[in-house]
Design a protein around this ligand. Structure first.
Ligand SMILES: Cc1cc2nc3c(=O)[nH]c(=O)nc-3n(C[C@H](O)[C@H](O)[C@H](O)COP(=O)(O)OP(=O)(O)OC[C@H]3O[C@@H](n4cnc5c(N)ncnc54)[C@H](O)[C@@H]3O)c2cc1C
Length: 408
């Protein structure tokens, strides 16, 4: 089986340095990778859909962005030092798709609960997950996902569309397969993208895996022709009675923060709290946790590296020794800690977990940018993008353009 890339390859053939530092797991690595990518970001709009060995047409920054080693606005602003906004619009737009999905789900948390309800009873599709299905290219994608924790966006679309419309499998089961392996797994981007492919996100719209499209965009070295004939003219399994999901939670709480002496809790949802309002406060103690979500070996390895680095970085920033522990609750009990301050996890497993804890008070902060962008996500993406572009033109957003939290 030919893999489309492996850790250490991402970017090697396009813009990277050929070293093994891809799928950046520290802030420094992410900033270096971003800087290298900026050099070629001008051709992203033209080349991004071409899936090539090493994935040199895209940034491969998604795991770093998802865990906030770098922020979306930092990444989106970076190419502007070199290119006009119109030249890199596609890249910036893609980055903000992520914020859109996040805001969209935050406004409609019931969609996440429905997904969790949907996966409860599901199992199967072992052959396709293990790369032993009837279509060679899809087997290649499944292998790549399991063995690297990454798939190119176009491959994610083809694979999801094949899963739903050709293999006739439940979308939730496919989304769970991605969840179990992606280093960048994100509740909003994953669930909304799978729903979009399945025709649930935008009523009347689905995505199909067409042979002609795959042959056009997948590099010939990677094109396994086995079984491609089943993708000759796929037919959409159009779900019936789809309604737009309603906004059910408009407001997010605004808490008052203590200025000093509190316990700062850092978790995988935001590994860069010092670039938020928390950066200017004076915690008495700092704890970094990796509370027990189930993870693949690769996901654990990536997160382990990221947490090691956040300990060093945050210690330097606050001048306070950081404790890295497995379980927040056990640590709090052992240390007589009754409450913590931290970044607020968005809709997903960690937020659900926080909601169930009874022995600890959480004072959780929403980034001003997240609150602001979320307000634009009530309708479709293009309305979101238009409003945001207007705010970017006037300089209203990002808030700290060129400021201390930003790279450029
Ligand atoms: C079925 C399916 C499932 C997906 N699941 C996830 C997921 O769990 N986590 C995740 O981060 N992305 C997900 N995506 C979106 C997208 O595929 C990845 O963000 C992208 O492939 C990451 O590679 P990159 O960093 O090289 O992206 P680039 O093309 O370099 O884009 C830069 C950044 O923009 C953001 N981005 C780009 N495209 C999208 C998109 N379509 N939607 C949302 N954000 C985007 C990412 O943060 C990405 O790192 C999914 C897409 C599909 C079709």
């Amino acid at each position: 089986m030919v893999f489309l890339g492996r850790i250490g390859d991402c970017g090697d053939e396009g813009w990277g340095d050929g070293g093994g530092m891809n799928f950046a797991a520290t802030r420094e690595e992410a900033l270096d990778q971003l800087e290298s990518f900026v050099g070629v970001s001008g051709r992203y709009g033209r080349d991004r859909n071409q899936v090539v060995p090493g994935h040199g047409n895209v940034s491969c920054l998604s795991a770093a962005i998802r865990h906030r080693l770098v922020t979306e606005w930092e990444v989106a602003e970076a190419p502007l030092v070199r290119y006009a906004a119109s030249t890199v619009e596609k890249f910036r737009q893609e980055v903000y798709w992520r914020c859109y999905w996040k805001g969209w789900l935050s406004l409609r948390p019931q969609v996440w609960d429905e997904y969790l309800g949907g996966i409860k009873e599901l199992e199967g599709a072992g052959a396709i997950r293990e790369g032993r299905g009837p279509v060679g290219v899809m087997n290649g994608f499944a292998d790549e996902l399991r063995e690297t924790g990454y798939l190119h966006n176009h491959a994610r679309m083809w694979f999801a569309a094949y899963w739903v419309h050709v293999a006739s499998l439940p979308w939730e089961l496919g989304a769970k397969f991605f969840e179990d392996h992606l280093l960048d797994f994100d509740p909003a981007s994953n669930v909304c993208s799978w729903r979009w492919v399945a025709g649930l996100q935008t009523p009347g719209k689905t995505y199909l895996p067409r042979r002609g499209n795959i042959e056009k965009y997948l590099h010939p070295d990677l094109l396994d022709s086995g079984g491609l004939e089943v993708l000759e003219s796929p037919v959409a399994l159009m779900p019936e009675g789809v309604k737009r999901a309603e906004v059910t939670r408009v407001d997010l709480p605004e808490n008052e923060l203590p200025k000093e002496g509190f316990v700062l809790w850092i978790h995988e949802e935001d590994l860069n709290p010092e670039s938020s309002v928390l950066g200017g406060l004076k915690p008495g103690r700092i704890v970094v946790t990796e509370d027990g979500l189930e993870r693949s070996a690769l996901q654990r390895e990536w997160l382990g590296r990221a947490l090691d680095e956040v300990v060093r970085r945050v210690e330097k920033h606050y001048g306070v020794r950081v404790e890295r522990v497995g379980s927040l609750i056990e640590w709090a009990e052992e240390n007589g800690v009754k409450g913590v301050v931290g970044m607020r996890p968005e809709v997903g497993y960690l937020r659900d977990w926080v909601g169930e804890v009874r022995t600890l008070d959480f004072n959780l902060v929403v980034r001003a940018e997240d609150r602001y962008l979320r307000g634009f996500a009530k309708g479709g993406f293009f309305g979101f993008w238009k409003k945001l572009q207007g705010k970017m033109k006037t300089g209203e957003f990002p808030f700290e353009r060129g400021g201390s939290g930003m790279l450029f």
